[in-house]
Structure formats: C-alpha cells, structure tokens
Design a protein around this ligand. Sequence first.
Ligand SMILES: Nc1ncnc2c1ncn2[C@@H]1O[C@H](COP(=O)(O)OP(=O)(O)OP(=O)(O)O)[C@@H](O)[C@H]1O
Ligand SMILES: [Mg+2]
Length: 244
Amino acid sequence: MGKSTVTVNLAVALARQGASVAILDADVYGFSVPSMLGIDRPPVLLGDLLVPPVAHGVRCISMGFFVDDDQAVMWRGPMLHKALEQFLVDVHWGKPDFLMLDLPPGTGDVAMSIAQFVPRAEVLVVTTPQVAAERVAQRAAVLARQLRLPVRGVVENQSWFTGDDGKRYELFGHGGGETLAKSLGVALLGQIPFLTTLRQAGDSGVPVAVSDPEGEAGRAFASLAERVVALGPGRVYRSELSIG
Ligand SMILES: Nc1ncnc2c1ncn2[C@@H]1O[C@H](COP(=O)(O)OP(=O)(O)OP(=O)(O)O)[C@@H](O)[C@H]1O
Ligand SMILES: [Mg+2]
C-alpha cells in the first residue's frame, strides 16, 4: 500500500537533492505516476528515441501514455514483455543516477521481465505497520530469490497520524516495517506518516515532497532519500572485468 506514492515522492526528493532521476511506471494495470507528477503530455519522438516528459525534475515514461485503461487489462505476458523492453531500450533516459521502476502489485509477468531487462535492479519493499510481517517477508524474499534481485531496504508507509494535539496515533498498528526489515536482513530506511495532504497531492499532480518539503511527510521523504543515497549501489560493476 503506497508503492506509487513512495516511488514518486522519493524520486522528487532525490531530484531536489541533486540526483538525476527517472521513473518507469511499469504498472500496466493502474498506472498512476503521470497523474501524481502532473504530467499530461506524452513523450516526444526524437529520431528513433522517445524523450520522456519531465516534471519536478523527474523524467517519466508510463504505460499510461500508450494505452487506455480498458485496454491495459487485456495485455498478456509477451506483449507486456515487449513493451517493457521498448521502454528501457527506445527511451532517451540519459544517464540517471536512479531509474525507479514502479511495479504493479503482486509477483507477475512485469516483475519477471524487469528482472531480465534490468539484471542490476534492486528492490525496496514498501509495507504498512500492521501487516502480517512474516508473510510479507516471505513473499518479498521468495520474489527476490526468483528474480535474483537483492532487496536493499524496507519503507514503512502510513506509520502514524499526527493529531492536532501533536500526538502520534498509530492507526495502522506498530512495528511491521521493523519486523519485516529484520527478517529480510536489511535496514528500515524510512517511515512515512499518514497525511491527508499526501492523498490530495496524489490527485493534484504536485507531490508533497515538492509542495511542502518542510512538512512532516516532506521531511520524511527527504530523509528517506538521504538514506537511499547513503546506501550506494549494492553491487559494483567493474567494466574491465566484462567480456567482449
Ligand atoms: N502516507 C499516506 N498518507 C495518506 N494517503 C496515502 C499515503 N500513502 C498512500 N496514500 C493514498 O493511498 C492510495 C494508494 O496509494 P498508492 O497508489 O501509492 O498505492 P500503490 O501501492 O501504488 O497501489 P497499487 O497497488 O494500486 O499500485 C492513494 O490514494 C494514496 O494517495
Ligand atoms: Mg501503484
């Protein structure tokens, strides 16, 4: 819950800290990234390459640019696979420090294709405080093993709600992120509060990390971005060791 919200706000927070950031919205069934970023124009074709639109310093390509809602649900594995390949190969991504991939829920064809096309991809697991952590941990671990992608950290979303009295109310339980991170053997990289403005921002096209960077959620995303930068690349690839 909150994968796309976390993806978009983390992307924008990273861009505000000076990183070059792009998002591939690979959620064919519920692409929400363009509207969260306030992007309503499609990519521009430049020669053979698609140039992604940019908003709040973040470049974005989405399945949503190319299909209508009712079409997307009919897409099958091979078509998805081909489309994802095109999005990775035929798009002028530049050389982003972070190419973030927003995946649809579950462990489907999209995740398998991504693992194949982006073998260096790394996984951030978004969870909520109340989840049956063991089950989620198992699912995430199994997926990562199947895809041979390392899990780098956990983000807990909707960790608390701060009332007008300044008190934190843990509406959705407590400890889910910490437990999950422990059982996966990774760090809990951030906790994002529940905020009605986060939902409104999702509709308005201006992420909270931009509109209110000093607010409670804005600061949470800024500190998450710092943790992600500090994490660095999980595996270092030395070009002199490659063959061919
Ligand atoms: N911390 C938060 N505070 C308030 N609202 C939130 C928060 N996180 C997410 N939401 C709201 O919850 C809804 C679902 O969030 P989001 O679309 O990011 O989830 P998702 O995991 O990407 O969902 P899907 O599985 O459909 O892709 C959205 O309306 C979003 O604005
Ligand atoms: Mg989503």
